[in-house]
Design a protein around this ligand. Structure first.
Ligand code: SF4
Ligand code: SF4
Length: 326
């Protein structure tokens, strides 16, 4: 159980933490004209840090105990065999094709949703809780990050990816109204109804790494790139068939739903324009967007990309149709 601390001298009694905590850890008490907030249900806290982010005076600290950290290390011992070298080499080649042909600045990210019946690979777990989108940020910057539920900070991503149950305040839609991103409870409930999620507690841990360093067979590969680069990947997918695509995009839950879950469950790549959460909590630039590709579909895209890279991409980037007098 984390220690939930409020610096009383900083607290103004605004009640933001009460509104935003998905599991009712806080209670607002009024005495005369003064509001004070109390920690009434600390054992429910899952250290999502939502209250920390919402408190206007920075008055809240959520501190993981040493016992919790030790318990996590003991419970999540690696037992998976190392990845087959031939498979690892395949990922390194795909990584090269993607980064070289598209000129990607960031690593394509291998994502694995590890089930309770799967052995865990040897992979580092973060010492502080991260949002799922923050773990993807670290992976595209070169790090491998494995996160069981205890390491996840975002209540949305954590239940969407099947690590936990959905907290009641999220299920009811109430939480989303506090963020002022939807007009009504009805709209919030509709958003939740249309939003897919994996079965509760079906995922033991998320694992993300640069594609070239994949520790297990990935489920999905995420590419975080500029629209022009994503355009070539989309064209790569239709290179052999000429087909057009429909995408599921909402501006909500970009990395957990649109880049990970939908490609994983539908076995088709999906595009995302990003979302409020990942843009507010990771270093995603305004100019970047996302593509999630199921691993089974990646060879088709790599093949198309190689062909487009032989002429079309270079010609386009060289602006061959631009009149020379401009
Ligand atoms: S959000 Fe911060 S300032 Fe507001 S009641 Fe909670 S602890 Fe106090
Ligand atoms: S960290 Fe999350 S669960 Fe814990 S008190 Fe804050 S908002 Fe509630």
């Amino acid at each position: 159980m984390p220690d939930v601390q409020i610096a009383t001298e900083q607290c103004t009694g605004c009640g933001m933490c009460v509104n935003f905590c998905p599991v009712e850890v806080f209670q607002l008490e009024t005495s005369g004209e003064k509001n004070t907030v109390k920690v009434v249900n600390p054992s429910a806290c899952w250290a999502c840090d939502t209250c920390v982010g919402q408190c206007p005076t920075n008055a809240i600290r959520i501190i993981e105990s040493a016992e919790e950290a030790a318990d996590r290390e003991a419970r999540f011992k690696p037992s998976a065999p190392p990845l087959d070298p031939a498979e690892q080499q395949q990922y390194q080649e795909w990584h090269e094709v993607l980064t070289q042909t598209l000129g990607l600045r960031w690593n394509p990210v291998a994502i694995s949703l590890i089930g309770h019946d799967q052995p865990l690979p040897a992979a580092p777990m973060p010492r502080v809780k991260l949002r799922y989108c923050q773990s993807l940020m670290m992976a595209r910057r070169g790090k491998t990050v494995m996160m069981p539920a205890q390491c996840h900070a975002c209540p949305d991503g954590t239940h969407i990816l099947g690590l936990t149950e959905i907290p009641p305040k999220l299920a009811s839609g109430e939480m989303y109204l506090h963020f002022k991103k939807l007009a009504s409870m009805e709209a919030a409930r509709q958003m939740i109804k249309e939003r897919p999620r994996l079965p509760e507690k079906s995922t033991l841990a998320t694992l993300v790494s640069p594609l070239k360093d994949a520790k297990v067979t990935p489920d999905v590969i995420a590419v975080i790139a500029k629209p022009e680069q994503i355009m070539w990947l989309t064209m790569s997918a239709s290179y052999s068939t000429g087909k057009r695509f429909d995408f599921k995009v909402s501006g909500y839950n970009a990395q957990c739903v649109e880049t990970t879950l939908l490609p994983y469950t539908q076995q088709r790549f999906n595009l995302s324009l990003g979302c409020y959460g990942c843009r507010a909590s990771s270093d995603i630039g305004d100019e970047l967007m996302f593509m999630g590709i199921p691993r089974q579909q990646l060879p088709e895209l790599i093949n198309g990309l190689k062909k487009l890279g032989a002429k079309a991409i270079g010609d386009s980037r060289n602006k061959i149709y631009l009149p020379p007098n401009i």
